[in-house]
Design a protein around this ligand. Structure first.
Ligand code: IDP
Ligand code: MG
Length: 150
């Protein structure tokens, strides 16, 4: 099923100049980038986005990390893209993430795991609407659609 996922490169990806490399992985896979926005997220938005973790011991550090500098928020579309992108991103703890995944290849520390991706259709919907207006999402055709998909 064609799905939209919310993906965000965290401040360390921007600071380490890894945005291009990480974006290339999604493009090379055949996924379609349909919205991109660089932003410095507010504490309020960070707390809302990570609301499910508000009672966790790492919540304060997580909010500090994610608001520490600019992030790159994105919407990525593709067939079953939500679970596919989670696979491409790898385990939350980069030390346990398989090599070949984004976290497995580019990160070392649980608290600096470089990227966020929606974990379900419900969270994708919630997160996309938290970060993007409908008018900021570009639903355009790709010329290679019939080559990438059966
Ligand atoms: P996910 O990003 O793989 O979906 P979640 O469990 O939803 O992982 O946690 C959200 C984010 O919170 C993680 O990506 C990571 O940045 C941070 N985090 C999760 N668990 C810990 C922890 O035990 N210590 C520090 N940071 C954590
Ligand atoms: Mg999560």
């Amino acid at each position: 099923m064609m799905e939209k996922s919310f993906v965000m490169m965290k401040p360390d990806t921007v600071q380490r100049r890894l945005m291009g490399k990480v974006l290339s992985r999604f493009e090379e896979k055949g996924l379609q980038i349909i919205a991109v926005k660089m932003m410095q997220i507010s504490e309020e938005l960070a707390k809302e986005h990570y609301g499910e973790h508000s009672e966790k011991p790492f919540f304060k550090d997580l909010v500090e990390y994610i608001t520490s500098s600019a992030v790159l928020a994105m919407v990525i579309q593709g067939d079953d893209s939500i679970s596919l992108i989670r696979k491409m991103v790898g385990a939350t703890n980069p030390k346990e993430a398989d090599l070949g995944t984004i976290r497995g290849d580019f990160a070392l520390d649980m608290g600096r795991n470089i990227i966020h991706a929606s974990d379900s259709p419900d969270s994708a919907k919630r997160e996309i609407s938290l970060f993007f207006k409908e008018s900021e999402i570009c639903d355009y055709d790709m010329p290679d659609q019939d080559i990438i998909y059966e």
